[in-house]
Design a protein around this ligand. Structure first.
Ligand SMILES: C[S@@+](CC[C@H](N)C(=O)[O-])C[C@H]1O[C@@H](n2cnc3c(N)ncnc32)[C@H](O)[C@@H]1O
Ligand SMILES: [Zn+2]
Length: 301
């Protein structure tokens, strides 16, 4: 399902059983464990407020232990409902339905952010990353995962003539509608162009193949994965790559001052919003946004 408006189309997970089908029944304990290893190495030990972009059903959220607050943002309310069920009503968590192309947060609202398994649904990733920069404080940490088009499998397939697109060219490749693989150089350039300084890069999921999963016990696969993450990340040839970057300090004119306000209107950019339960109202353009069953809904109709 996609949604067309003056922002790029959204790969909509509304009503999807992704969490059960892909993770629980899909035999992906290895991929999940490989991400735990990467996050352990990249996450700061703590922080005040982390924004999780494309949080889905909150699979990674319990891993953000050191943070005082975590805001889970996803376009799908059914994914967020699953996240609420999974995480419980811990006041540390806030659940926001919104589009990553139109973030509803005031300038410098967060000191950290993650985006895992979500960039690969974005046809215009640069717009989302620019939006993110605006709502991050200076020197904030951002951990970004992306699907790597220059992975060893696609290189071999290309050389054997089984794949028509080149893994070496910088443009993103849409292998299924609204599913994109990116070239590592292009992702690094996009971060730099939006005021992020790259600090560390880890290649992840080296052994993602049915063959290895059938042959090796999970514990051994994860031991090998850990070794490969430490020794082979420089080559950037795994299917998934995690980048840790920090925001380069920006002047007041560029981003605005830190403010008491947390939400901003995604339609016109105004903040603060008037808190008139059960909704928030924008004093500038008049748009209203509901808060229902624990979820703020900032999707533009
Ligand atoms: C593959 S799932 C990953 C979920 C979670 N990060 C994980 O790793 O388990 C991708 C998520 O991105 C969300 N998403 C896709 N496009 C989005 C957009 N434009 N704005 C907000 N969320 C989006 C989907 O609703 C979905 O929950
Ligand atoms: Zn407005």
């Amino acid at each position: 399902m996609t949604k067309e408006m003056n922002t790029p189309p959204v790969c909509d997970y509304e009503g999807s059983d992704y969490q059960d089908k892909f993770w629980k029944e899909g035999g992906r304990a290895y991929e999940d464990g490989a991400e735990v290893l990467a996050l352990k190495r990249l996450l700061p030990t703590g922080g005040s407020h982390l924004l999780e972009l494309g949080a889905g059903a909150g699979r990674n959220t319990p891993r953000y232990r050191g943070f005082e607050r975590v805001t889970l943002l996803d376009y799908s309310t059914t994914q967020l409902q699953q996240a609420i069920q999974y995480l419980g009503t811990d006041p540390r968590y806030r659940f926001v339905a919104a589009d990553v192309y139109r973030l509803p947060f005031a300038p410098r609202a967060f000191d950290s952010a993650t985006m895992i398994r979500t960039l690969h649904h974005l046809s215009e990733p640069n717009i989302a990353i620019a939006q993110l920069r605006e709502c991050l404080a200076d020197n904030a940490v951002f951990i970004l995962e992306f699907a790597n088009k220059r992975n060893i499998k696609s290189i071999l397939r290309y050389w054997m003539g089984k794949q028509d697109w080149s893994p070496f060219t910088p443009e993103q490749v849409e292998f299924v509608k609204l599913n994109f693989d990116f070239h590592p150089k292009s992702v690094r350039a996009m971060l730099a162009g939006n005021g992020f300084k790259l600090e560390q890069e880890i290649s992840v999921s080296f052994l993602r193949a049915g063959f290895f999963k059938r042959l090796l016990p999970l514990k051994l696969m994860l031991a090998k994965e850990n070794f490969l993450q430490h020794t082979l990340s420089w080559a950037a040839i795994s299917p998934s790559i995690f980048l840790r970057s920090t925001t380069v300090p920006q002047g007041e004119e560029a981003l605005g001052m830190q403010t008491e306000a947390f939400f901003r209107c995604p339609a016109c950019g105004h903040y603060p919003l008037a808190d008139t339960p059960p909704e928030l109202k924008c004093g500038q353009c008049g748009q209203t946004y509901t808060f229902k069953d624990g979820i703020y809904d900032f999707r533009l109709k």
